[in-house]
Design a protein around this ligand. Sequence first.
Ligand code: AGP
Length: 612
Amino acid sequence: MCGIIGFAGREEAAPILLDGLERMEYRGYDSAGIAVRGEARGLQIRKTKGRLQALADLTHGGADLEGTLGIGHTRWATHGEPNEVNAHPHVSENGRVALVHNGIIENYLEIKEHLQKLGVAFASDTDSEVVAQLLEYHYNECGNMMEAVGRCLRRIEGSYALGILCADYPDTLIAARKDSPLILGCGEHGSFIASDVTAIIKHTRDVIYMDDGEIAVVTPNGVSVFDDELVPVEKAHSQVDWDVSAAEKGGHAHFMFKEILEQPEAIRRTLSPRLKEGRVVLEGLDLTAEDVRRISRIFIIACGSAYHVGVVSKYNWEKLLRRPVEVVLASEFRYCDPLVDENTLVMVISQSGETLDTMAAMREAKRLGGRTLAVVNVVGSSIAREADHVLYTWAGPEIAVATTKAYSTQLALMNLVGLYLADLLGTVSGEEYRAIVAAAEALPGQLEQVLGHMEELQYAASRYFNHSSIFFIGRNLDYAVGLEGSLKLKEISYIHSEAYASGELKHGTISLIEPGTLVVALGMYGPLFDKAMSNVVEVQARGAEVLAVTTESRLEKMGKTAGLTAAVPDTHPVFQPSLGVVPLQLFAYFVALQRGCDIDKPRNLAKSVTVE
Ligand code: AGP
């Protein structure tokens, strides 16, 4: 995610802004910038692509900018390549309004077109700049910046945390938030806004957490908060008791746990801009119905967890599209002389967008004439740039090596793409289409429900963290989810684990089951639930202990057989894996925690594998 800091005080702002941005580097970014309002020089803007050090070098540690009022930003690109022009702060055309933004403005294109018709010239490709230009438009209209902010916020749709400076207001910073966190800080030498505590904990522990729809006026003497009707709001102050290193993880022990908890928000950010009035809208995917009808086969190529997304998608897509879908490990694809031609769609899934095996496989697919569509989390990454089409997951930067929120957003987005293509092919009924869209819209809330029940997984982890081998079994979509659960456990706890199609057990693997072996049995896929139950009995007969993951409607029945159970809400089969994977992520996390492993940086692993 982007990082925001703002300061209105009695000290030079620039060094404070740079220091705050540095303390938010862990959030991940690809460009940065600051804006300072000085008595003599007015609004001064400095922006650089790449690391913060470049910005510090450019401004001589901030010494080049004079003024005690300013805003700063580290950008994680969502709309527009990572470069200086697209970096924040964005400035309105007449140079009087500067703004930093974290979030996604969903209706930015229509607003941009409207303002362009009025003659406004835009400098960047970002959604955020639209807010700066719209603010100037309303400010010119009403002459009062607070009123202009109110009008602007009523017009934009989407998520935002905003820091706003206006050249005409010498000591006032305005902030606003909706669905993107923003805090206010009240310090001895001035007042602050920040995306999180990390940025300002050095200066103050006295903070106010803004709520959605609120607008704040920040001055050297303090902060005032208003609702979206500009009515004053009384806000409680909180005293932060975190140490600085903990603050970087939002108060959690590990980034992985923080990112597991971020999944509802990451899914919401990824799906909601693509669900409009009950329809899947994939802006930028210029595939016509004719293009889709010409597709004779589909490959999904990826590595690791991204490959597991492909396995789930194979089951879902073949049902939706009635076309053959082949999921191939990228490292195998490039050497298996794949049957790709101009009628082949090749889906390329990658969180980092830099995985060499996946990049090389995609280049092979393109060389053979295939059409490539990438699902990537990093804007402007190599795979994103080279694919014929790209759709971004907006999970925000994922710091933990073991992926969770990126996997989940890939899974959910692949479901939307599958539904979109099936609709173009006419292979999905209106009723089914509506049911799947409804399941997508319900997913963030259901994920929050799942995350509210961790005790079963914590208990299971406390019982089995010393096991040397753990099996995951399931059928169909449950098998696909088991693959991811097994990898998560292996990656961060170093316990050997295997995921097996339950029906395969009797063909060999069951010989490994002995008294006390833990088997994680997945029983969420309704049509095969009874068989899942039989497999539980089958392994128990050999002495296995079973942790079953099922749905709420099947919990009572499964609970009569399995030793331990965890349940997730029932949803459409297409989205059931999106819920079922979370207990497995949590189980892996708690096991690794019990074992004292380096959860965020597991041994031998890298976040992005850019070598063969
Ligand atoms: C997942 O937890 C692992 N870190 C790893 O398997 C990862 O999914 C794989 O290396 C692919 O990375 P990518 O999504 O960045 O291409």
